[in-house]
Each structure stands twice: as C-alpha cells, then as structure tokens.
Design a protein around this ligand. Sequence first.
Ligand code: PBG
Length: 344
Amino acid sequence: TDTDQENEKMNDDEMSYDLVSRPRRLRTTPAMRRFAAETRVTPSELILPVFVKEGLSEPQPLASMPGVVQHSMDSLKRAAAEAVELGLSGFMLFGVPETRDAVGSAALDPEGILNRGIRAVREEVGDEIVVMSDLCLDEFTDHGHCGVLDEQGRVDNDRTLEIYGRMGVAQAQAGAHMVAPSGMMDGQVGVIRAALDAAGREDVSILAYSAKYSSAFYGPFREAVDSTLTGDRKAYQMDPANRREALLEMQLDLDEGADMVMVKPAMSYLDILREVADASPVPVSAYQISGEYAMIEAAAANGWINRDAAVRESVLSIKRAGANSILTYYATELARWFRDENGR
Ligand code: PBG
C-alpha cells in the first residue's frame, strides 16, 4: 500500500514509524500524567508514628532521624492537633520511659509515659483521629527485648503474653482506640483480644504487626526510644529470607481477632506487602520505618538524591504494592504538600 511504502521510505528529516501503541502519549503533560495516574496517596491514608519521652520540657531532635523528635507532653499535644488539622488518619504512639526494669513495669502503670501520652492525645483530639499505641515491651525493659526473659536469657513467649494482655487493657483505659502489638510473640493477638473483652473493651480494635521482619533498618528507632538492646530479635521477628510465613502469621492474627494487619518494614518487603494485600480480607497497613527514613534523609543531605521526589516515590510505591494505609515519619509533611497542591 501507499502507507507501507511511505513508512519504508524514511528520510533524515521525517523519520516516523507507524506504531499502533505509543504509551508516551499519556505522559506528555503534567495534566495528562495526573489523569493517567493509577495510584494516589491522600492524607487519610497516612499515620504518623510519634515518640513521647518522660521528663522532657522541650522536644529533642534525633540525630539519626533528622526532622523527627522525641516529644515532650506539650509538643506531643501540638503534634496531635496538627495531625487532626491536616486530616491524617491516625497517630501511632511510642513511649520512652525514664526508668526500665526486667519486666517492663512502666508499660502497665497508668501513669507510665506511654499511657499518659495516650491520655493527653485523646484529650486533645477526641475521636477526630485514630489514636493507636505500640504494644510491646522493648521500650520498657532494661535488656531491650520485646518480652520478659527466662533463666536462660531467652524471650519467654507465654509469660510475655500475660503482660501484653494487661498492657493492652492499660492502653485501652488510657484512651487508645486501637492497640498495635509489635512484639511477634506467638498468640499475642488472641491473648490481647481476650484481655480487652474481659475488661469490657470490645470497642478497642487491634492492628496486628503480622509480618514483622528482623530488619537492620530498625537501627535509628533504637536511638528514638533510647533502647539498650544487646543481641538481636531473630528468635522472634521473622527471617527476611521467608515469604510463606508472612501469610501464616497473617492468617493466625486474623483467626485470633486482628481487625487490621501490617507488613513491616515496607520498602524491602513490597513483594510481601503485595501478597498480604491480595490475601487479606481486612485492611492492610505498611510501616515505612526509621532506617528507610534515615536512608532518604542521608542521601538527600549529601545531595545524592532529590529528597522530595524520593519521599513521594517511596510512599507511592508502598501504596501501589497494596497498602491501604501507611505509617510514615513523613505523614505530616506529605499531608501539608498535598494540601498546598490541592490534590496535585
Ligand atoms: C517494637 C517496635 C520497633 C519498631 C516499631 N515497634 C522496633 C523493633 O522491633 O526493633 C520500629 C519502628 C521503626 O524502626 O521506625 N516496639
């Protein structure tokens, strides 16, 4: 045909193929790319993890997480008010106590820093955002493990469960809407559910850290909670080599009454997140953790990557992999950007 001959006769000034599909057409302008975008992140999908430290009068910056602080009670309340104003979904609270002991007593004390922090945040925000609390002993034990130790120095699963149950009730009574067990003890969700129900707190929900891996990327978090951990958590957190057990852990947590499940860390585990998201009948969260934050900040500080673009891309990819909500230290900043850009 004429056209075929035309196409074969390619000269230097008018070279063009008769391609049926040109995906670049949908990438031509910002407006076109916005129209074609399959994935968007909104403030209501973001949850801000926050640290509140006992005895502080001013917030303390964290060297390994530039831009993140340990809050005083006052700055914590201001951060909570800001989260409401920006339309975040929630707040995940971590407490940093002044004193620690072998069994993490401060976790059960209604006047312990985490429980006081929960109470202060609830007074500030009411039901405007979801107030969540980390349910784990590592911030409260002097050895830094997520549970109590037996005579051999191993983390004692079932004795820890008993404490987790009471800890869940203490957090619920302090005002947590949702508790988030992150210690990776077998049976933790079931024991906490039963304890909450026995205390008449059927209304309090559980976000289970179901697939929580033993990750090197938790490093900066140890500074954030002044942790003194010696050794590692490999005997209870999951092996990064494994995929199948993520689905097993998810199923067990669902059977035990988890209302939502989580994958953590996020960026090195996007494959796991996708599988859990595909299999889960309940909403799935992912946690962009301290080391993921620190990597972006460090590279950006060196001028090696564009910080804002990297932040957006990282969170977008977590959403694309199937997360319904994302815990990220960038939550506030992202929400402010989204607001200023009016959805762009
Ligand atoms: C356990 C807990 C940890 C994090 C959240 N909950 C630390 C750990 O398991 O070692 C890490 C969060 C982060 O790195 O940002 N209480």
